[in-house]
Structure formats: C-alpha cells, structure tokens
Design a protein. Structure first.
Lengths: 339, 506
C-alpha cells in the first residue's frame, strides 16, 4: 500500500486532496465560480469575447415558458437540451432529428413533446443542478462531429478536455463516447479517454474506466496516433479562458464541429483527475514546471500572452518520434510509459 | 502560502495546548474523573443531640462540628431539626452549631449530618494556639510533674521527642504517673495529664477530639494530642506516642471545650454514627467545584438541567462523528450521499442498536425508492415529489412502529428517531443517481453511506469517549486541532491508489 503511494508520488500523480488544497482552492477564487458553473453565463461571456461557442437557440427559465415549447422548437430538427448548472453531463438530452412529431434521441429513443417538457421541467426544478437549486435550461445547437473523429466515436460527440493552470495548457485528452456511456463524453460514465500529446496534438494510448486500451470498443478502430485537427487553435482557445474567467485551474471542454471548427463547450473549475490515467502521466510535475515558469521564467512586467503560454506548454510534452517539429525544444521527459 | 501554513500550524498548536491544558487542569486540580464509574470514598457522619426540653424556657443547644478537618473535605452538610433556628459560629479553631428555640417541651432531637470525602493529606495550618494557662497544681502533683519533666528532658532532644518520652513515662504507670492521672488511665485523663506536664515545660499543646471513620452505629469520640514544635503542629497518639495523624481520623474539635452544651434542657445525650457512602466521582467534583467557587467548574455542563445535559451528551459526539467522516472521505476516499448524512444516521443508530438500525434504514430507503420510481411516472415537480416521499417515509416509519408494537419488538419503535428529512433527500438523490449513473453506482453510494454511518456509530458509541467529551468539553478544542492537522493531508486517498494503479509503473 505504502509502496504504491510512493510510486504514484514518484510518477507525479495528483490526488484529489492535493488538487483541492494546492490548486483549486489556491487559484480559483470562489467569486468567479458562477461564471463557469452557470453554462448560460459562460456562454454569454465567451461569445461576448469572440470565443466561438455552439449557438444558443433558446433559454427556458420558468415553468410557464414550456407552454410555448412547441413554437420555440418549431423550426429546429436537431438540438441539445442541457441544464445551466448541470455537472458531469447529467440531464443533457441530444435530439438528432424529428420523426412524426416525435423527437429522436441520439440513442434512438423517441420522445413526445410532453416527455421533453417534463424533462425540462425537472431540470428547471433543479433535479440535475448542483445542490438542487432551481435551474435554467439551455437549448443549443447540436454539434456535428468532425469527420476526423467519425471512425472512433459512437453516437455522441467526442470532446477535447484541456487542463490549464494559470492559462498554460497542462494536459489534454480526447473523450470518446461509447455505447457504455450512452453517447456521453464523461469518463466515469464509461466514455473512453485518450491522451493527447500537448506538443503535436497526436493521440496516445487510451483508457476506459481504469483499463488501458488502444482501440475504440465499439468501432474497433485504433485510437493511437490520431492527429487532432486545429490543435494549435484548440490550445490557444483553452489558454485564453484564463483571462476571461480569472480562474487559474480550469478544465476547458472543446468540441470540433464539422462546419464551424473548434467550439468551446464549457468550462469546469474542478476538473477531474482521470486525464492522468488517459495520458498515463501525472499532472504534478507539469504543474510545478508551469508554476516555476510563471513565477520566474516569464517576464514579470508584461505577462506572457496566449501564444507565449501555448508555446511554453508545448515544451512540457515530448513529441512522438515520427513527427518532431524542429522548432520545439524538448525538455527531459519524466512521464511514466506503460510497457 | 507559507505564512498561511504557519498560521494553520500555530492555530493547531494553540488549540491543542489550550484544550489539553484545560483538560489536565480540570482533571488534576479539580479532580474531574477520567472515567464515568469512578467513585470516591466518602463517609456520612451523623451527630445526634437528644435532650428533654424544660417547660416554657427558651432552649439553646450548641455542639461542636468539624471545621475543615485534615485528610477530609466536607462535601455537604445538613442540619436537621424541628422548628429550631440554626447558626454556625466559628470559635477559635472550631466551628459550632447553635440551635435555638423560644419554647418547646418534651424530648428533642437535633441532627447534624455531613458527607466527608477523603482527600490527599493536607497540612493543618493556621491553628490558633490556645496556650494553656499555667495551672496552679497541688503540691504533690507539682512534684510529680517536675520529676517527669526531668526524666523526659534527659531522654529527649527536642519538643517532639520530649512529648513522646513523656508519654512513655506515663505508660510506665509508676507512682508519679498514677498521681497525675488520678488513678484513671483513660485517654482523656492521659491527655489532661500530658497537657499539664507540657504546659509546665512551656510547650504549647492542645487536646483533640475526633472519630475514626469506619462503619459504626455508635462511634466514640477519641482523644488525640497536638503539640506545637515552633514550626508546626504535630499530632501525637496519647497512647503510643506515635507521631502523625491516622488517615481515617476525623478531627472534630480542638482544645478543651466541651463537645455540647444545652441550656433549657435536661438529660442531654450525644451520639455519633458513621457509614461509608461511595459517591460518584463526577458529582463529587461538581460539589467541590461549587464550594471552591471555581470559575472553570461553574461554567461546566454539569450545571445545566439534566435533560439538557443529555442533549449535550449527544451533541458533543457529533463533531467526533464528523471527524470520522473526514477520515473516511479525505483519507479513504469513501463516497457517501451528503457530507454529514451518515453522522445523522449514526445518531439514529444509537437509539435503535446497530443491527436493527441497518435493517430499518435499508427497509425505509428501499420502500422509499420504490415509491419514488412510481412517482417518476406522474411527472411531478421537485418539491411536491419530495413532499410525497417525505409523507411516505413517515408512513413507513409509522407502519414499522405499529407492526413491531404488535409483535412486541421494542426496537422497532425507535424507528421514530430516524431523521426523516435526511432519509427523504437520500432517497431522492439515490433515485437520481440510479437513473443517471446506473443501479450499481447508486447502490454503491448507498452502501458507502451505510458503511460510513456504521463506522461513525461504532466510534460514537464508545461510552468512555462519550463520557470524556461530556466531562471535558474542552477536548473539542483538541479535536479541532486534530481536524486542522489531518485536514492538511494532501496525499493520496486510499481509493486513489487503485484508481491510478495504471500510473504507478508496476
């Protein structure tokens, strides 16, 4: 037991207690939490600052608005319903199309307008919000998966989670929905996490629950060495969230839309630690490098801008052998590789 | 960040020191016992003065009562009489009770009852010397006294040995000794003779009357001698010459005074009875605290009404239960519904017993879940749904109570103590988890909560701990210190060792 703890420590694995006390509590002022806990606020803030987000079709904040639900959904064939204060993907419905006045979910279930209205009313009452407070509901554009990911996703939309510290991307992961996660991209629900090399944007091995796996369980296509499109844009987007929210420790979720490219889906002030398993690498060392750089290495007078931060972050990860960008200097790499 | 850590640690240290300081002070100085069943040897001494009152005359009776005796502490005393006015006066080294009544007839009975607790040896200080006036002795006695003094001087070095050798000479019962005690070798006569001799030798000495505390219905007053050696009063056994006061000897009065006086009454008789009365150490400490006017004892839980005390006995355990939750969540990584829900369930277990508690809890939650799944079909809003579940929970509790009453299972009745609001929220959250994360997750969370409740219950149910927290509420400060200290833990949770197994490189 103790030797296991020692090995984890050596590998620089970040535990929840440590994350809470040394990062979440330290870098995330409580005052800023509502900005990311309320998806409506996040969306408003992001789009006001020019960050691309999935288009908001409607917001429902009171029970009586449900009477006009059918008018509001009048010319929408596909859309997503989500609670403003939901966590972990709870309460989200993805409607892919309409069949004879019924709404078809991503998993094939058909819902009537009444079913949908009931679900929304539950969300309004706070059944999926943190702490059970009354909530608001967003109806927004359904993101269509970029073709690049078509071969390695099931039903839902894969998203990219980037953990940033002080605006420096520290680790990235691709989350692939599986049949087991019923189309959701949350790891604890059984979605597949695939580590992404920060430097090159190429995927590494993956993980489902705690098990290492290198192919998608439903499509059986290999998930390794997959180049994530728009990688630099994604890193820049993630890094820019720091200035927008004032939160130093953030999980940034980005999706790739077929037509619109990377869109920022949501932000998380208490991102989970499973990303370490997906990358098979601890977060702690990267965090310490970032902290040290932000403290001493960076120019104090004018804080490094997004580009500089992304450039530094790219040095945190060793690019894989086959495509090593010449301009990137590789620091000694200390991640633990699985055999 | 560094100064913050310093701040935290110094606060921890402060709480720790203050908590333990108060604890040790109250235990060592105020004798608050460490365990609930500890009892202190104490004695009830009852003095009874009987006489027959004379017709139409004011009655005044007085008798000596102990005044802060060595080796003992007076815990409580009562004066029992019919219609008499009672006063206590200090007279020299002694205390006397004065009973008075305008008129009465017939036999009268006055009681003085006191509870004495054995205490560690205290030196008797501040005895006022009642230097006996040099008595004018008859010539024959004077010669005898001088002879004895001469002999004793020859075989002694200081006041103590002088007094001791005087006793030895008296013990030889030769002519001189017999002359002095006038043929009566009783303790009283001896003590009188000794006082005479010591006074002649210019040594301060006083007789003492007291009782040996042992189970006795008719205890006798015994005589003892105390001699001032220039620094302190020495107690000397007039029979054997042994120095020191026996542990069980209760000093009743100093000096030559008579034990009791009655005016307006006839045929007075005075009797003493002694009986051991073991007392609960905690209540003894309480009484002592009240007498000593100790502020720390005054602000004690023991001062509260009994039913409030019972409440606090339970309330004081809650922080301890919460501490167990801290360990289970931050060190082990156990997942539970709600942070402190298991503590409240554990409190309910205290009333129902463990096995019954688990059975009742599972039954209520299971039935509640069934109803909740059914209500899901009705598409209710959150609050009305919660209200309905709450009603169902209470009805299930009622049902269980009634059934167990009919089956004569008294444990089933205590179901009423379950926190129903907490149960309702548990059911609601469990149902949502069930829908969204699957049955496995919901059941494992439920089992985790139950496990945490059982752990908390097992710790909170240790009587010794519950007593300690009640008798020494300042231990909560220590608990706070430990919480602060343990709360600093940044290492891995036990469950994380398994979660991140793949990263351990093994």
């Amino acid at each position: 037991m103790l030797s296991m703890a020692r090995r984890l420590k050596q590998a620089g694995v970040l535990g929840i207690n440590h994350r809470n006390s040394a990062y979440a509590l330290k870098y995330n002022p409580r005052k800023q939490y509502p900005l990311v806990d309320d998806k409506l606020k996040t969306k408003t803030l992001l789009s006001a600052c020019g960050v691309p987000v999935p288009k908001l079709y409607a917001r429902i904040s009171a029970e009586h608005q449900l009477k006009q639900l059918s008018q509001r959904l009048h010319n929408l064939d596909d859309f997503v319903v989500k609670p403003a204060h939901g966590a972990g993907g709870d309460g989200i419905l993805v409607i892919t199309n309409r069949i004879y006045e019924r709404f078809r979910l991503a998993n094939g279930t058909l819902l009537t307008l009444d079913d949908l209205a009931y679900h929304i009313s539950c969300l309004l009452a706070g059944s999926c919000s943190l702490g059970g407070h009354p909530d608001e509901v967003l109806i927004e554009k359904r993101v269509i998966t970029d073709d690049a990911f078509a071969s390695i996703s099931h039903e839902g939309v894969p998203d990219i989670r980037i953990i940033t510290l002080l605006g420096y991307p520290a680790m990235g992961m691709l989350r692939l929905p599986t049949r087991a996660s019923s189309g959701k991209a949350n790891l604890h629900q059984g979605a597949m996490g695939v580590g992404i090399n920060l430097c090159t944007g190429r995927t590494q091995g993956g993980v489902i629950h705690q098990e290492a796996i290198d192919y998608h369980p439903d499509t059986l296509n290999a998930t390794r060495d997959f180049k994530v499109p728009f990688w630099t844009d994604i890193l820049k987007m993630a890094a820019s969230a720091y200035e927008l929210t004032g939160l130093g420790y953030l999980g940034v979720d980005i999706v790739l839309d077929k037509d619109e490219g990377p869109l920022m889906l949501e932000l998380n002030a208490r991102p989970g630690l499973n990303i370490q398993i997906a990358n098979r690498c601890g977060l702690l060392k990267r965090f310490q490098q970032i902290e040290a750089y932000a403290e001493h290495g960076a120019d104090k007078k004018n804080a490094p801008n997004v580009l500089e931060r992304v450039a530094f972050s790219r040095t945190l990860d060793r690019p894989s052998e086959e495509d090593k960008p010449s301009e990137v200097v590789t620091p000694p790499h200390e991640c633990v590789e699985l055999p | 960040m560094k100064s913050q850590a310093k701040h935290t640690y110094s606060l921890t240290l402060l709480l720790f020191v203050v908590g333990f300081g108060l604890f040790f002070y109250r235990h060592l100085a105020l004798d608050v016992p460490l365990s609930e069943n500890k009892s202190v040897n104490s004695w009830t001494v009852e003095a009874n003065l009987k006489f027959t009152a004379e017709r139409d005359r004011p009655v005044q009776a007085r008798f000596m009562i102990p005044n802060s005796p060595a080796h003992f502490v007076i815990l409580d005393e009562y004066f029992v009489s019919q219609n008499y006015g009672v006063m206590t006066n200090l007279r020299g080294n002694n205390r006397e009770a004065v009973w008075s009544l305008r008129r009465s007839t017939g036999p009268q009975s006055l009681y003085y009852r006191a509870i004495f607790r054995e205490a560690d040896a205290q030196s008797v200080s501040n005895l006022k010397s009642s230097y006996p006036k040099k008595q004018q002795l008859p010539d024959n006695q004077k010669a005898a006294v001088e002879t004895i003094i001469k002999h004793a001087r020859a075989s002694s070095a200081d006041i103590q040995t002088f007094a001791q050798s005087t006793i030895q000479i008296l013990n030889q019962e030769d002519g001189n000794a017999k002359l002095l005690v006038e043929g009566d070798m009783s303790d009283k006569a001896r003590v009188d003779a000794l006082i005479k001799i010591l006074a002649e030798a210019k040594i301060e000495a006083m007789p003492i009357q007291g009782v040996y505390l042992k189970q006795e219905n008719r205890a006798q007053m015994k005589w003892y001698l105390t001699v001032y050696n220039g620094n302190q009063w020495l107690f000397i056994n007039p029979q054997t010459g042994v120095v020191g006061l026996p542990k069980h000897f209760l000093i009743w009065t100093y000096g030559q005074n008579t034990l009791f006086e009655v005016s307006g009454g006839q045929k007075p008789s005075f009797s003493l009875s002694v009986s051991p009365t073991p007392m609960n150490a905690l209540s003894v400490a309480k009484m002592r605290g009240l007498q000593a006017e100790s502020k720390l004892m005054r602000f004690s839980l023991l001062e509260l009404p009994v039913h409030i005390q019972e409440t606090y006995k339970i309330l004081l355990m809650i922080p301890l239960g919460a501490f167990i939750i801290l360990l289970l969540r931050n060190w082990v990584g156990l997942k539970t519904f709600g942070t402190f829900m298991p503590v409240l369930i554990a409190l309910a277990f205290r009333e129902t017993d463990l096995i019954w508690g688990i059975v009742l809890f599972s039954t209520i939650v299971a039935l509640g879940l069934l109803v909740r799944f059914y209500l899901d079909e009705l598409r209710l809003l959150l609050v009305p749904r919660l209200n309905l579940i709450l009603s169902v929970v209470i009805m299930v509790m009622l049902f269980i109570s009634v059934i167990s009453q009919n089956l004569n299972l008294s444990s089933g009745l205590s179901v009423a103590l379950f926190p129903m609001i907490i149960l309702t929220m548990t059911i609601e959250r469990m149902c949502i988890t069930w829908d969204e994360r699957g049955a496995l997750e919901a059941l494992s969370l439920g089992a985790g909560s139950l496990f945490a409740a059982v752990c908390t219950y097992l710790v909170m149910n240790i009587r010794a701990i519950s007593y300690l927290l009640f008798a020494f509420p300042e231990l909560l400060l220590v608990l706070m210190a430990v919480t602060l200290w343990f709360g600093q833990y940044k290492g891995y949770r036990l469950t994380e060792l398994f979660r991140f197994k793949a990263l351990s490189g093994a």
